[in-house]
Design a protein around this ligand. Structure first.
Ligand SMILES: CC(C)(COP(=O)(O)OP(=O)(O)OC[C@H]1O[C@@H](n2cnc3c(N)ncnc32)[C@H](O)[C@@H]1OP(=O)(O)O)[C@@H](O)C(=O)NCCC(=O)NCCS
Length: 123
């Protein structure tokens, strides 16, 4: 089992969201649709940003430049879907189930990720 943890200041994400192209480069359509539907989108964007970092740490790979290959979507508890190179990496390191929990307050957002090892079917 492997874990990853990340904490981020929401104003930092707010500033990034003001930059042209940031939201599209980092977040998938489903992530943007959810965050934009909330009264304070930055809190949810920040939680997902922390979530992607936490998943990258638990998997032992970087998520920078591959943000959208880690999708955090679904309600009420968001699930994690990997694609592309990050999916291949997870298979290569024999990652099993990926579980993520996120939280956010006015100033901070945090996420913790637990990745189980693949259970080999020896039957
Ligand atoms: C789940 C709950 C505790 C969230 O608490 P909160 O103080 O409102 O919010 P937090 O900032 O700590 O966490 C919010 C995040 O929790 C996650 N979350 C929401 N509902 C969840 C659920 N049922 N299970 C797991 N995670 C959940 C989401 O990721 C959410 O962030 P998002 O909207 O950006 O996706 C609250 O909504 C609640 O009491 N719900 C009803 C009871 C429940 O489902 N409890 C959890 C299972 S026992």
């Amino acid at each position: 089992m492997r874990i990853g943890l990340d904490l981020i200041e929401i104003p930092r994400i707010e500033r990034a969201l003001a930059r042209e192209g940031f939201r599209e480069r980092v977040f998938t359509d489903a992530e943007r649709a959810y965050c934009e539907s909330r009264p304070n989108p930055a809190q949810h964007y920040a939680a997902r940003f922390a979530g992607k970092e936490a998943i990258g740490k638990a998997l032992g790979c970087g998520v920078e430049w591959r943000w959208r290959e880690v999708e955090i979507a679904g309600r009420p508890k968001p699930g994690v879907r990997l694609s592309g190179w990050t999916r291949s990496w997870a298979d290569r390191v024999k990652a099993g189930t990926i579980d993520l929990s996120m939280t956010h307050s006015r100033e901070l957002a945090a996420a913790i990720c637990v990745v189980t090892d693949t259970v080999l079917d020896v039957g």
